[in-house]
Design a binder for this molecule. Structure first.
Ligand code: AMP
Length: 304
C-alpha cells in the first residue's frame, strides 16, 4: 500500500493580491504529499539543489513520508515565480528556473518499484516516462501536467498519457492540449489516448470526473478567504490519490468520494501561502469540510 510520487520539490516566489512569498517551499510533489500523507504512506522521488532548506520538510518526516528518493545535486533547486490577479483561477508564470531538474534522472529505490499507486506529478514528461519504465505491476498510475509541458513537449506528453490509467488536468490546459472547446470532447479525446479516467479541475468551481462513460461533478466550496491558489491542483490530487490508496480500490463509487476528499484538501491549501495551512491541518478539520461538501450539493428527490 501507499503512493510513490515523482514531481518537483521547489522554491516558489509567489505574488497574489493578498501578499507574497519569496523562495518558499513548493513544488508539485511537495503539495501532493502534504495532502496525501494524511491518508496513506507516501514516498517522494525528486531532486533539490544545495540551497534547499531540508528542515522545511520536517513536517513530512513527522508524518513518516519516505524521503529516501529525494536526491541533492550540485546547483540550485527548481524555482518557480508566479503571480495571480483577483481572478485566482489562473497563474501568470514569470519564471521557470529548471536548475538541477535538467540533470535529474529519477532512480526508483528497489523497495518502491512495486508501489501499487503511482503519481506522476507535474514535471518533464521525459522524467515521467523514466519512472514508468522502472515500476512493476502498479494498480493505478495517474499523471498531472501543465501548460509549460503541453507547449514544450506535446508529443512526449501524448506518449506518457497513453501509458497511464488516470489523467488529472485543469480545464484551460485540457482545452489547450486537445484543441477542443467542450470539456466533454476534451475528456473523451484524452480517454481515446488510453486513460480510462480523466479528471478536469475547474479551479474555484470544482472538478469533473470522466470514468469510462460516467460523469460526476464535485462543486467548488465558496470560501471567505483565499490567499494563494498555488498547489491547489497538487493538493487536490494528493487528497484524491491518498483516499484511493487508503481504500485500495478504484471504482466509480470510490473515485467520486476521492474527488470530494481532494477538493477538501485543496480548499484548505488555498487559505494560506506555500504549504502553511496543510502543515497545521488536522483530520477532524478534513472530515468537517467533507461534510460541508456533502451539504452543499445534496438535495431531496424531486417528484413532478
Ligand atoms: P498547482 O497545483 O498547479 O498550483 O502547482 C503549483 C506548483 O507547481 C508550484 O509549487 C510550482 O513549484 C510547481 N511548478 C510550476 N511550474 C512547474 C513546471 N513547469 N513543472 C513542474 N512543476 C512546476
Amino acid at each position: 500500500m501507499g503512493i510513490l510520487v515523482v514531481g518537483t520539490v521547489a522554491l516558489d516566489s509567489v505574488e497574489t493580491p493578498f501578499g507574497h512569498v519569496d523562495r518558499a517551499l513548493g513544488g508539485s510533489a511537495t503539495h501532493f504529499t502534504a495532502a496525501a500523507s494524511f491518508l496513506t504512506p507516501v514516498a517522494i522521488v525528486g531532486v533539490v539543489g544545495e540551497d534547499f532548506p531540508h528542515a522545511e520538510l520536517d513536517f513530512l518526516r513527522q508524518r513518516k513520508v519516505d524521503l529516501s528518493g529525494l536526491e541533492t545535486l550540485p546547483g540550485k533547486t527548481f524555482h518557480w515565480k508566479g503571480r495571480y490577479g483577483f481572478d485566482l483561477n489562473s497563474a501568470e508564470t514569470l519564471a521557470t528556473d529548471l536548475n538541477v531538474l535538467t540533470q535529474f534522472s529519477p532512480k526508483i529505490p528497489k523497495n518502491l518499484r512495486e508501489s501499487e499507486f503511482v503519481f506522476l506529478a507535474n514535471i518533464h514528461p521525459a522524467l515521467q516516462i523514466q519512472v514508468l519504465e522502472q515500476i512493476v505491476r502498479p494498480k493505478l498510475v495517474a499523471l498531472d501536467t501543465m501548460n509549460f509541458w503541453i507547449q514544450g513537449e506535446p508529443d512526449l506528453l501524448r506518449k506518457v498519457m497513453a501509458r497511464v490509467n488516470l489523467v488529472v488536468i485543469n480545464e484551460g490546459e485540457a482545452r489547450q492540449f486537445t484543441g477542443e472547446a467542450s470539456l466533454l470532447k476534451a475528456a473523451r479525446q484524452i480517454q481515446k489516448l488510453g486513460p480510462r479516467i480523466v479528471i478536469i479541475k475547474q479551479g474555484e468551481y470544482g472538478a469533473l470526473l470522466f470514468y469510462e462513460q460516467e460523469i460526476f461533478s464535485a462543486p467548488g466550496l465558496p470560501l471567505e478567504s483565499v490567499k494563494d491558489p498555488t498547489g491547489a491542483g497538487d493538493s487536490f490530487a494528493g487528497g484524491m490519490m491518498g483516499y484511493l490508496s487508503r481504500v485500495g480500490q478504484v471504482d466509480l463509487k470510490t473515485l467520486c468520494q476521492a474527488i470530494i476528499v481532494g477538493s477538501s484538501m485543496a480548499s484548505y491549501n488555498v487559505e494560506d501561502f506555500s504549504c502553511h495551512r496543510l502543515k497545521t491541518l488536522t483530520l477532524p478539520e478534513i472530515v468537517s469540510r467533507i461534510n460541508q461538501f456533502k451539504k452543499l450539493s445534496h438535495f431531496e428527490e424531486i417528484t413532478l
